[in-house]
Ligand binder design. Sequence first.
Ligand code: AMP
Ligand code: MG
Length: 410
Amino acid sequence: MSESCSSAGELLIDADEAVRLIIAHTHRGPTETVPLSDALFRTLAEPIVCDVDDPPFDRSVMDGYAVRSADVADVPVVLKLAGTIPAGQVPDQALQPGQAMQINTGAPIPAGADAVVRVEQTKAADIENVRILSAVEAGMLITNRASYIRAGQTVLEAGKRLTPEAIAIAATAGATQVTIYRQPRVAIIVTGDELCDIDQTPSGAQIRNSNQYLLEALVKQAHAEPVLLGIARDDLMAIAKKVTQGMKCDVMCLCGGVSMGKFDFVPQALSECGAVTHFHRVAIKPGRPTLFATCENGQPVFALPGNPISTFIAFRLFVLVGLDCVEGRDPQPPQKMRARLCGQLNATANRRCYQPAHIRLTANGEMQAQPLPWHGSGNMFGLATTDGFIVRPAYSESVVDGDFVDILIT
Ligand code: AMP
Ligand code: MG
């Protein structure tokens, strides 16, 4: 059954449908070409093709002796030493029958040799000879030329994020310059008359503007660049002014002012600035008021509810998808896993529920999830000891100790 639903005049969109709409309406951002060293965690806009065979020559896997396998079929056998091949040196002679050459890890295999015997399976007979103690088959301890990659083969596809491992692959392929999607700049606008800066002691009805820091951290964690546009008061014009500033960025993230309250002006401010809303209100708990729109310039805009846990969940579920699209990656919805419940949870209503939980792996390899008391989406302290959330579909039955549940590790 679809999780989307309407009840008591409230039209909610299913979270999966929300993700589909984000994917459908978010376009790729601009690209640039930069030195490989400047591309960590950026995403490739063009594939990387290897310009050489790798390995570029037949080479030894280990330190040992290059031999002809036919010479070492019957062991022990004494072979005549015919030289040494260090890594980085091309052998200047071929190996003759009855000979062995000392060879180092990564050094080229000399012509005539077809195997390497590791040093531990040999014994120096005298200065001119080596005693081979184990028989080896042809090909043993040799990595053949191009056995990893052939020149002209694609080693990294467009859309791949350049992790340290991928940087190493690109380096092996000789990619000194790479064409990547520009790091997205994410405008962060928080709204609310009640907000004061965190260096102040809240007075009267004030609270600290913690969400700006939350969003800044989440954007950085996503390897994007936060652009802090500060606090907009709960005033249509004030919000519209900030939204206009935010249009200079690639993505816009607003926080607060998106619910049903009398002073929730964000939806109206966005439409007055020419943005088109694709969804508003999603069947998730927390995070229901989330809105997604695009500006006339195509820029995606996420308006997230102000309660901190709602902001957090909505960012993880939706803004990350938008960033994937802007940077040309295949959008990856958060990976769900299964765990055994330690505790019990009531049946759910018309929304998919995210319940903070302790998640641990037991000694026998079983994932367990223990729900933590839910103090409401306004209580960020509730997340101080969580490892993630138990995810429960809308309209699901109550679950008890030992049942399997979906989890989202954060
Ligand atoms: P709103 O989404 O504007 O209705 O706000 C919902 C709740 O989140 C209210 O209790 C706000 O005070 C709180 N809130 C809104 N913005 C922030 C923020 N930037 N930092 C911390 N809490 C906030
Ligand atoms: Mg507000």
